[in-house]
Design a protein around this ligand. Structure first.
Ligand SMILES: *Cc1c(COP(=O)(O)O)cnc(C)c1O
Length: 235
C-alpha cells in the first residue's frame, strides 16, 4: 500500500520533471515520515528509498537508532537551538535554518564533531504569521552572515507554502522562491550554492516542480493522513 503510493508519487514526480525539460535526477522525492512508525519507513527502504523527512528531533533520533544508517534524514521542522547537538551528526540536511543564532549553534556543534553540515535557508515567502522562516528581504543578509561559518554549507532555500485545496494557488509562492534563489546565486557569495530548492508537499508538488523545485517533501500522499490532537499538533 505505502510502496504503491510511493511509486505513484515518484512516477508523477518523474513525469513532471521530464515535462519541464529537466533530468530525472534533478528532483529528489523526500518521503515525509513524521508521526509514522519505523515499520512504514522500512517498507520503503526495502524498495530502495533512502530520503526521509522528519520534523521533530526526538522522533528523528529514535528512528535513526532503529533504522539502517544509510538513510538520508532530512530535518524539515523548526529546530530549537538546544536540540542541535542531538542531530548534527545524524542528518543529511537541515531544511529549516531561519536565524544566524541557530546557524551559530549548528556551527559550534558541527565543529566539535568535525563535520560539515548541509543546510537550507527557510524563507517565509507567503508571509504567514504562523510560519517560521525569514522574510524575503532579510534572506541575503542572513545568508552572508552564515556563509562565513566553516562547518556549515548553504545548499539553497526552502519554503513551506500555505495549505491550499488547489496547488495552483501556490504557484506564485514557488516562483518567488525560485526568483530569490536566482538573485542570490548571482551574488556569488563564497561558500554558498543555490542548487537546492526545497518546496512542494502532497497538495502542490507538481506545481512546485514546474516552478523549479529540486526537492519535494511528500507525506500524506505516501503514508496516508496523520493523526492530530485538538491543538492541531501532530501526534
Ligand atoms: C509535514 C510536512 C510536509 C509533508 O506534508 P504533506 O502535506 O503530508 O505532504 C512537508 N514539509 C514540511 C515542512 C512538513 O512539516
Amino acid at each position: 500500500m505505502i510502496t504503491d503510493n510511493y511509486k505513484e508519487v515518484l512516477s508523477e514526480v518523474n513525469s513532471v520533471t521530464l515535462k519541464t525539460g529537466r533530468d530525472i535526477n534533478d528532483v529528489c522525492l523526500i518521503a515525509v515520515s513524521k508521526t509514522k512508525p519505523s515499520e512504514a519507513i522500512s517498507k520503503l527502504y526495502e524498495i530502495g528509498v533512502r530520503d526521509f523527512g522528519e520534523n521533530k528531533v526526538q522522533e528523528l533520533c529514535s528512528k535513526y537508532e532503529e533504522l539502517p544508517k544509510d538513510i538520508r534524514w532530512h530535518l524539515i521542522g523548526h529546530l530549537q537551538r538546544n536540540k542541535v547537538k542531538y542531530i548534527v551528526d545524524k542528518v543529511f540536511m537541515i531544511h529549516s535554518v531561519d536565524s544566524v543564532r541557530l546557524a551559530e549553534e549548528i556551527q559550534k556543534e558541527a565543529a566539535k564533531k568535525n563535520l560539515i553540515v548541509n543546510i537550507l535557508i527557510q524563507v517565509n515567502v507567503a508571509c504567514e504569521e504562523s510560519k517560521f522562516g525569514l522574510d524575503t528581504e532579510d534572506t541575503e543578509k542572513i545568508i552572508k552572515n552564515i556563509a562565513v561559518m566553516p562547518n556549515i554549507k548553504i545548499k539553497g532555500l526552502m519554503t513551506i507554502a500555505p495549505f491550499v485545496s488547489n496547488g495552483e494557488e501556490n504557484r506564485e509562492i514557488f516562483q518567488k522562491l525560485k526568483q530569490l534563489s536566482v538573485d542570490i546565486a548571482k551574488k556569488n557569495i563564497d561558500n554558498v550554492c543555490m542548487n537546492v530548492l526545497s518546496m512542494g508537499m502532497s497538495g502542490d508538488y507538481t506545481v512546485a516542480i514546474e516552478e523549479g523545485a529540486t526537492m519535494v517533501r511528500v507525506g500524506t500522499s505516501i503514508f496516508g493522513e496523520r493523526n492530530y490532537n485538538r491543538q492541531g499538533e501532530c501526534l
